[in-house]
Design a binder for this molecule. Sequence first.
Ligand SMILES: C[S@@+](CC[C@H](N)C(=O)[O-])C[C@H]1O[C@@H](n2cnc3c(N)ncnc32)[C@H](O)[C@@H]1O
Length: 242
Amino acid sequence: MREPDAAFADPRQAVLYDVFDDDRSDLDAYVAIVREVGARHVIDLGCGTGSLAVRLAGEGLVVVGVDPAAASLDVARSKPHADRVTWINGDATAVVGGASGADLVVMTGNVAQVFVEDEDWSDTLTAVHSALRPGGWFVFETRRPEVRAWESWDLRPTTVDLPDGRTAVVTRTVTTVDLPLVTFEGSTTLDGDILTSTSTLRFRAREEIERDLLAHGFTVRDVRDAPDRPGKEHVFLARADG
Ligand SMILES: C[S@@+](CC[C@H](N)C(=O)[O-])C[C@H]1O[C@@H](n2cnc3c(N)ncnc32)[C@H](O)[C@@H]1O
């Protein structure tokens, strides 16, 4: 699998993730889905700084948070209820063959788009299927390619006040659009240092994802809108065939 981007893997950038993305109302829909299907054992794949994982653990669920970026997991471990989460530093293949099958695997924050190579996406789908009990749920979101979200991603130098009183200057530039791949570079100037990160995301159409899920032993039960981003995302609810 590809190494996680510096934005998640560099300790100095990972601590800024929650500061720059502090509105997590996007997670409400996922908490509701977990309740809706009655899941008790949840794997948060690509959990990053663990906002959803700790929220679910706080509700008494059995939660495993998985991410290849150790620095993001360090941030997650500092949060309330983090001691109730099992944190695993790795990708989906690290949870295959766990003692008991999970009821639900979730990927929030468009984690599905980090899998650029067909092989990585396929290996992830295979591993998720293995980690679920028969009939278990795989729930994740991805941006709809036809919305062309990247066209509004460029960010001129913007000053951001940090909670600790420091200020950072943030920029973002989309460098390559070679569909289905979009590459962008972010930079954060903080304490005189310039912290950079380059990301490439893959935009998959709904039909492609449905086909891939089917090929990996899932039945697509629903494809929803993300309530906080109407018309922009697809939220897939798939079940692992027994
Ligand atoms: C945009 S963040 C989303 C984090 C979190 N799910 C959230 O909603 O805040 C994308 C995450 O995907 C993780 N990631 C990168 N490669 C991955 C892989 N192969 N398997 C699982 N997660 C991966 C990154 O480390 C990062 O934490």
